[in-house]
Design a protein around this ligand. Structure first.
Ligand code: NAD
Length: 455
């Protein structure tokens, strides 16, 4: 591993040396894949008579709508049906995509349709597992929103269904397909920050919608909301519009800050490092401000121990989320190594590297004297400390690339970047983080075997 790393490090330095002009400007352009290549692939491998991948949307809320808009910008896709449990969303879908779109409250009606090749599942988290498995068994390819499952116990059955059916299954942490994540992976491999020893991520929000206090439609009632189906796989309760429209705040349906947000960082981190995940999870936090009846904290801290693996040295991860953050608006993922650090977004990577030790540093001089090495007091030219890699202007973004990855796999029978095993390995530490918080205890996990370890 060391030998490869050393030569990788030389690669990084060589790559930088070869682009002196760009270094001087402080910015590198991320190499974008040729988008026309994707288009050619789509054209070469038609899977249905009309040369489209026909898609249907299950869960026509905020993200499902956004996913579908993105999916439809990929050449060769067509929306044929949508499903939701609130009639208002079905009406909105007809207004947006045309009156010919088939609409239903029942996802099984969608799965029974012969003209549907693939489904996007963007329901609340407690429906992901059941609908994913039913969809694959009905012969549909699946793009399922993150987190892949609602509880740690649900993952293996999705992995099994994907294996048995051979259907393409992609989880929706779209950042992993972005140029920013790809570049970070490449830079880490080249030794840009030395040996990884620490990573951190953070979300800061300070608004009602940021804290999941979404508007509740004025007309919401048992007549236009299928509440009985919504709760049919969980605790029985009388109709409650707040629970239906603000489901993230309740444990029966959502997966709290960790399942909603940390999971994105696990996905990106695992993609960049080729990691299987942590073996120890510990969380703490509290409900500090949004005391609206929610069952989840609004400040959450998670620490995660990553064991040494074939792909990376042992390192620690610290994740934080604050919905009452006075500074607000900050989200980041940072990887720190023995020689520098990387700030990673979907569109950019900023590498900061240690300065070469200056010859006037007293500690350095003392050490050199002790070693009998002459020290020149002439100042040297120091290498640049910061390199910014940025996506080209008009880059279509991670969400687009993630759908291209999905549709290309469908047409070519290839692999996706975020399959069920990857999705489960990203969801597991997020879900265990909640379990740790709720039970006030550290949890041990075998990331390779994807199994809980009894203490
Ligand atoms: N990848 C991302 O960046 C991202 C961002 C936001 C949300 N998400 C994920 O997308 C999913 C949806 O989140 P959202 O913000 O769009 O929520 P939302 O409340 O806006 O939408 C969910 C929709 O699902 C419908 N629904 C509920 N149960 C259903 C069922 N059994 N069958 C059919 N429809 C059902 C609801 O009526 C609602 O319209 C969640 O899993 C969330 O974690 C991902």
């Amino acid at each position: 591993m060391n030998k490869t790393k050393d030569s990788s490090r030389r690669n990084f330095i060589k790559t930088l040396a070869a682009s002196t002009a760009a270094v001087a400007a402080g910015t590198h352009v991320l190499a974008a894949e040729d988008k026309s290549a994707h288009f050619k692939i789509l054209k070469k491998h038609p899977i249905s008579v009309n040369d489209n991948v026909n898609i249907a949307l299950i869960g026509t809320g905020g993200m499902g709508t956004q996913d579908t808009i993105t999916a439809l910008t990929v050449p060769g896709t067509k929306l044929v049906a949508v499903c939701d449990l609130y009639d208002g969303r079905l009406q909105e879908a007809k207004t947006r995509w045309g009156k010919d779109i088939f609409t239903t409250r029942s996802y099984k009606e969608i799965l029974n349709r012969k003209d549907v090749d693939a489904v996007i599942i963007a329901t609340p988290d407690h429906w992901h597992q059941q609908i994913s498995i039913d969809a694959m068994k009905a012969g549909k390819h699946v793009y399922c929103e993150k987190p892949m499952v609602h509880s740690i116990l649900e993952g293996p059955a999705v992995i099994q269904a994907q294996k048995e059916t051979g259907k393409i299954f992609q989880v929706g942490s779209q950042g992993v397909s972005s140029l920013g994540n790809e570049k970070a992976k490449e830079l880490l491999k080249q030794g840009a920050i030395g040996d990884l020893n620490y990573a951190e991520g953070f979300w800061a929000r300070h608004s009602p919608t940021g804290a999941w206090q979404y508007p509740i439609p004025a007309d919401a009632s048992p007549a236009n909301v299928d509440w009985e189906t919504f709760i049919s796989n969980t605790t029985k309760r009388p109709f409650d519009a707040t629970r239906f429209f603000r489901w993230r705040n309740y444990l029966d349906y959502g997966t709290a800050m960790s399942g909603d947000l940390f999971v994105h960082l696990f996905s990106s981190l695992h993609f960049i490092t080729n990691s299987f995940g942590p073996n120890k999870v510990y969380a703490s936090g509290g409900l500090r401000y949004w005391k609206d009846g929610r069952e989840v904290p609004d400040v959450l801290l998670g620490t995660f121990d990553y064991p040494q693996s074939q792909a990376h040295p042992a390192f620690n991860l610290s994740l934080r989320c604050n919905f009452v953050d006075g500074t607000s608006g900050t989200t980041y993922l940072k990887l720190v190594g023995s020689e520098g650090s990387m700030d990673v977004t979907w569109e950019s990577v900023v590498v900061k590297r240690n300065k070469t030790i200056a010859s006037d540093d007293p500690f350095y001089i003392e050490q050199m004297k002790k070693a009998g090495t002459p020290v020149s007091d002439r100042k040297r030219i120091l290498p640049p400390e910061e390199y910014k890699f940025e996506a080209e202007k008009d880059y279509l973004g991670g969400p687009y690339d993630h759908f291209v990855n999905f549709f290309t796999a469908i047409r070519k029978g290839g692999k996706v970047v975020e399959d069920a095993i990857f999705g489960y390995r990203a969801a597991a530490p997020a879900l265990l983080c909640n379990d740790s918080y709720n039970n006030d205890t550290a949890i041990l996990w075998n990331p390779e075997k994807m199994q809980l370890i009894k203490k």
